[in-house]
Design a binder for this molecule. Sequence first.
Ligand code: NAD
Length: 258
Amino acid sequence: MRELENRVAVVTGGASGIGASTAKRLAEMGAAVALADVNARGAGEVAAVIRQAGGNAVAVEVDVRRPEQNAALIERVLKEYGRLDIAFANAGIAEAATPLEEVPEELIDQLLSINVRGVVSLAKAVAPTLKNQRSGVFVATASTAGVRPRPGLQVYSATKGAVIAFVRALALEWAPFGVRACAVSPVATDTPMLPQFRAAAGSASADADAITESFRRTVPLGRLAQAEDIAEAVCFLVSDRARMMTGTILDVDGGRNI
Ligand SMILES: NC(=O)c1ccc[n+]([C@@H]2O[C@H](COP(=O)([O-])OP(=O)(O)OC[C@H]3O[C@@H](n4cnc5c(N)ncnc54)[C@H](O)[C@@H]3O)[C@@H](O)[C@H]2O)c1
């Protein structure tokens, strides 16, 4: 029997990058996966790839900023699959490297509402189910930025620091129910998000290749992370092999956080 056979997972940000890769890996390990994303078409494409490979996947259009959409997602999953075991709160957006005084107010709101409130909101939506069944794992995508920030990414870094504190608090709150909460902290990862961290157009460091190279140089293992590297860590955290781990913030960083 495959390791995650009969488990049901929800992955936000499942249309792209780390979410898509993790969803595929969870499905390979036997889990049924609901891919939630504001990009419904992209989520549908990833779900189709999973089904073609013999897996079980559905795509659901969800804006994680909207608590009622997160609640509806969980309702739908419970209706379709009858249970929920794994919630991966991964959807997020980047910030172009910018001096704080030039960061637009709307971007600050977006970063906080997607990267922080979206995670909180998904956790709130899954809490009754996981606590009642007295099992389950919640994993969020934090970032090395949450503990080892880079200049110009101050609001993004703050959102990831918040995710780390939130997951650790949740781990304590849910431990009496046998429900675990962890996070992964990826270093710069080769996904469509990566070039979005470059400085605003027109500035000296706006070149996407240059920013990618500057990130790579700061990783002791000498390369960017691939989405599959992060997926492996998430799949470990949600498996029974990690049964004694809660509140764990797992660095997948090639040594960057040292
Ligand atoms: N790529 C990196 O270098 C890196 C490093 C550390 C952490 N992260 C984090 O990893 C997570 C995944 O990022 P990625 O690199 O795979 O990026 P990505 O851009 O490839 O994927 C992000 C996904 O989130 C979705 N999304 C954005 N806003 C949403 C919303 N409001 N509701 C629902 N879905 C929404 C997007 O449509 C997209 O499919 C993010 O939380 C990001 O902050 C990324």
